[in-house]
Design a protein around this ligand. Structure first.
Ligand code: DSN
Length: 417
């Protein structure tokens, strides 16, 4: 956190926030959807724009006093367009799920059919889970991955699309370690006359840096969050290809699903987008992908089952079920020694989402911290040591010591002045 008044005015809350700073610094953060923002992003996030109501869009606000808000939002929009090479951008969604909701409201009526990846095969809650608005208000047809190789079966997607005639198809995921073929998805969408929406929340940074084929030009609409590989503040973003789509999406974000935009978050998005346009960011993303690969190779070298036999992106899905463990037990044991990850369902998982047979691990945050291949190999080996000896307190102690050594060697200096 940025030190200032809080320590004096509210020591109780200050203490809690410092505890979180310390947790982030002493633990190894491997949740694939998390990252560490720069000091500049954090500073923009804590700006006085948090005080400002700015319903509407630049030049067309419902409140006065928006000149500076307009300048900031326009800057964020221009940078977003430049980053992705897209024609139009809406930087107001408060989150990825709200970005997706706005797209659904733009192209679907309640009861209409859309297709999305099954949550248990790597999709996302907002891609049609029954527990989410997307699954409650629309008729959802889910596609998944093949049992043999855990890859999307595009022939099966086409077959299902022809049978069910969805109005919209979502190409996106939160736990698919392989390259997504957006061109193939567009062929399928065109075949059935559907709108193609790409949700690139996890791989946005890879796309910006050229480490994953882009959805722009294939998908009619692309949504993303801004806080994962993009390394910005928590929030959402919508990119579109035509004036007509942009117009309807703008109206679905505000006033469709949101009120006033979070202008301080939009300022922090502008700061992060500025960083993502630099050569340093490009080289960071290259390292993110290399580090995930080296991590997957290390697990497989130790005889662990990595879903799909490796990774093309920033995440690795470890099948701990094949070692008679649950994701729940494995992720908790990792947490105890200071390695933060999340239990995750794997395709055809026999366990429910609260238990699971998998652990999802990502390289973005630790790569930001400065970890290179050697450190990822060491970290993966520590995880294997732990998972092979779950009941051995001596191993736990030595893994914990290894974690401490690694975290101490990479202080989070990028945060500080
Ligand atoms: N919860 C995010 C993730 O961890 O992938 C997706 O919204």
């Amino acid at each position: 956190m940025i030190d200032g008044f809080l320590k004096k005015t509210d020591p109780e809350l200050h203490g809690m926030l410092v505890n979180e700073d310390e947790r982030q610094e002493s633990n190894l953060e491997m949740i694939a959807s998390e990252n560490f923002v720069s000091r500049s992003v954090l500073e923009a996030y804590t700006s006085t724009l948090t005080n400002k109501y700015a319903e509407g869009y630049p030049g067309r606000r419902y409140y006065n006093g928006c000149d500076h808000a307009d300048a900031v939002e326009t800057l964020a929009i221009e940078r977003a367009k430049k980053m992705f090479g897209s024609g139009f951008a809406n930087v107001q969604p408060h989150s990825g799920a709200q970005a997706n909701m706005a797209v659904f409201l733009a192209f679907l009526q309640p009861g209409d059919t859309f297709m999305g990846m099954d949550l248990s095969h790597g999709g996302h809650l907002s891609h049609g889970s029954k527990a989410n608005f997307s699954g409650k208000y629309f008729n959802v047809v889910s596609y998944g991955v093949r049992k043999e190789d855990a890859r999307i079966d595009y022939d099966e997607v086409l077959k299902k699309a022809r049978e069910t005639k969805p109005k919209l198809i979502v190409a996106g995921f939160s736990a698919y370690p392989r390259t997504m073929d957006f061109a193939k998805f567009r062929e399928i969408a065109d075949d059935v006359g559907a709108v193609l929406m790409a949700d690139v929340a996890h791989i946005a940074g890879l796309i910006v840096a050229g480490e994953h084929p882009t959805s722009i030009g294939n998908a009619h609409i692309t949504t993303t969050t801004t806080h994962k590989t993009l390394r910005g503040p928590r929030g959402g973003l919508i990119l579109s290809d035509t004036e007509e789509h942009n117009k309807i999406l703008n109206s679905r974000v505000f006033p469709g699903v949101q009120g006033g935009p979070l202008m301080h978050v939009i300022a922090a998005k502008a700061a992060a987008f500025g960083e993502a346009l630099t050569p340093e960011y490009k080289s960071y993303m290259k390292r993110v992908v290399e580090n995930a690969k080296v991590m997957a190779d290390t697990f497989m070298g130790r005889g662990f089952d990595v879903v799909s036999g490796g990774t093309d992106n920033h995440l690795v899905l470890l099948n701990v079920g094949s070692r008679d463990l649950t994701g729940h037990a494995a992720a908790n044991a990792m947490d105890e020694v200071g390695i933060t990850a999340n239990k995750n369902g794997i395709p055809f998982d026999p366990h429910p989402p609260t238990i699971t047979s998998g652990v999802r691990l990502g390289s973005p945050a630790l790569t930001t911290r400065g970890f290179g291949k050697d450190e990822f190999i060491r970290t993966a080996n520590l995880i294997c040591d732990l998972l092979e000896n779950m009941e051995d307190p001596g191993v736990r102690q030595s893994v914990k010591a290894g974690v401490k050594e690694l975290s101490s060697a990479f202080p989070m200096t990028h945060f500080r002045l």
